[in-house]
Ligand binder design. Structure first.
Ligand code: FNR
Length: 191
């Protein structure tokens, strides 16, 4: 069966630069033969993490469902915006809740430990969200995830696409291809 990759944009905004990059990455992954699922975190709404809430009602079903969805894939690509030099609260809060889901809920293995993660970001400025990537790498590593060395920080993202929504600058397209290929290569070892 095909290699399964889950793509998660870290922004809910209509016209999100990161959702757009996630769409381009999903297309590139599919072209390389992966079976790609692209989701919106808008379909997994979660309250801000609160230990009292967890003690009273358990982990919300959307966190359990999201963790199940991750467990059903070999690799996960997170495409995150940069907010004030870090990941948006949406991304951190989602990971915090998912990290609290008990293993018994999972399909197989440990969701972070046994899956390969890749990270990318898009930003309007010249740094491309590289500080958010450093933060996200640290967070995922704390969850024992394997995060591949390649990453993509898409700078000047408003001007990065042509009319077909393809990456118009060859250096960006090459960086995306390298990321996608490494994610597939490393994920294949998990099959
Ligand atoms: C930003 N933005 C931003 N950009 C950046 O490169 N570094 C940063 O530290 C910040 N900080 C920041 C804080 C907050 C609260 C907001 C709302 C925005 C700009 C951000 O990159 C831009 O809004 C992107 O377009 C957000 O991603 P999406 O929604 O287009 O995917």
């Amino acid at each position: 069966s095909a290699l399964k990759i889950l793509v998660i944009p870290g922004s809910l905004r209509t016209g999100s630069l990161n959702a757009k990059l996630a769409a381009v990455a999903a297309h590139a992954l599919a072209q390389e033969g992966a079976d790609v699922t692209r989701i919106s975190l808008g379909d997994f709404p979660l309250p801000i993490y609160d230990g009292d809430l967890q003690a009273k009602s358990g982990v919300p079903k959307h966190a359990v469902n999201l963790k199940r969805m991750m467990a059903a894939h070999h690799g996960v690509l997170i495409v995150t915006p940069e907010y004030n030099s870090s990941v948006p609260a949406l991304v951190k809060n989602t990971i915090d809740w998912v990290s609290r889901v008990q293993d018994a809920h999972e399909i197989r293995g440990q969701v972070f430990r046994d899956r390969v993660f890749a990270i990318a970001s898009a930003s309007g400025n010249r740094f491309g969200g590289v500080r958010a990537l450093a933060a996200l790498r640290l967070i995922l590593s704390a969850c024992h995830a394997q995060v591949i060395p390649n990453q993509l920080a898409l700078a000047f993202a408003e001007d990065a696409y042509d009319e077909m929504d393809h990456l118009k600058h060859p250096t960006d397209a090459e960086a995306l291809k390298a990321l996608v290929r490494q994610l597939i290569d490393v994920s294949q070892r998990m099959m």
